[in-house]
Ligand binder design. Structure first.
Ligand SMILES: NC(=O)c1ccc[n+]([C@@H]2O[C@H](COP(=O)([O-])OP(=O)(O)OC[C@H]3O[C@@H](n4cnc5c(N)ncnc54)[C@H](O)[C@@H]3O)[C@@H](O)[C@H]2O)c1
Length: 255
């Protein structure tokens, strides 16, 4: 591991189990010597997530359902109290109601659309709003997106629209926070078997296509994504902001 995050404190959201992309990232942050605050969704999720956070030696393990403003406020208050600053933030979450995710976009309900947008996109803006004042020495804000934002991909449906909004948010937040030396980037991994991915109909077809059609003919894993995230969180990534970084074995360049 050549990246060094010594003396850096980061907030990692989106760990639900050991397959979570956020956990893969957190392990690489930890290996690079960062100290991590971590969040779980709710009381039901906590028993599965907490042992992973303990493994990461996380001194702050807090609830954060991004639909609950009071939990976001309490989370950042705890970070401010503990560290007085924050160096990086990983936003790694997405949700859409099952029926709206499975239906074609034409049939997406207004309620489902707004919920997907709220949890998967607006939450990124909201967490950034709270994180930025704590990034007193500059910082790095990261989110997870997918290629379905750029191309109409079978079965990605409403989530493609939401991810397009997320990627645009990366650009606007990078523009707005650049003067504070805060970098904002998205990582766009190829398909990885996770709980969120299991909600996409016929996800195995994404896996097969990635293996067959990507120039490198292999899948990426959460450790690969974690290494990129650790680099982007580090000072070595100076000058890199507002971008979507693909880590997909090259799948997105194939016509
Ligand atoms: N798995 C893939 O193939 C893939 C590819 C590209 C991008 N991504 C993105 O990576 C991110 C992480 O997903 P994952 O694949 O690791 O799956 P995951 O199921 O492990 O993680 C999804 C996370 O979203 C969180 N979440 C859902 N609703 C929430 C809420 N209201 N408040 C706070 N957190 C909430 C869950 O608790 C969970 O931790 C998502 O943005 C996903 O779209 C995944």
């Amino acid at each position: 591991m050549i990246v060094d995050l010594t003396n850096k404190q980061g907030l990692v959201t989106g760990i639900t189990n050991e397959n979570s992309i956020a956990f893969g990232c957190a392990k690489q942050f930890h290996e690079a010597n960062a100290e991590l605050a971590t969040t779980f969704l709710n009381a039901k999720a906590e028993p599965y997530m907490r042992p992973l956070a303990v493994q990461l030696q996380s001194p702050l393990i807090l609830p954060c359902d991004v639909q609950k403003e009071e939990e976001i406020i309490a989370l950042f208050a705890a970070i401010e109290k503990k560290w007085g600053k924050l160096d990086f933030l990983l936003h790694s979450m997405a949700f859409a109601p099952k029926i709206d995710l499975e239906n074609q976009l034409l049939d997406c309900t207004k309620e489902g659309f707004l919920k997907a947008m709220d949890i998967s996109c607006y939450s990124f803006i909201r967490l950034s709003k709270y994180a930025a004042p704590l990034m007193k020495n500059g910082g790095s804000i990261l989110t997870m997106t997918y290629y379905g934002s750029q191309k109409a991909i079978l079965n990605y449906n409403v989530m493609g629209v939401v991810k397009a909004g997320l990627e645009a948010s990366v650009r606007y937040l990078a523009y707005e926070l650049g003067p504070k030396n805060i970098r904002v980037n998205a990582i766009s991994p190829g398909p990885i078997k996770t709980r969120a991915a299991s909600g996409i109909p016929n996800f195995y077809e994404y896996i097969e296509a990635a293996e067959q059609r990507s120039p490198l003919h292999h899948l990426v894993d959460t450790k690969n994504v974690g290494n990129l995230a650790a680099f982007l969180a580090s000072d070595a990534a100076i000058g890199i902001t507002g971008q979507v970084h693909y880590i997909d074995a090259g799948y997105s360049i194939v016509g």
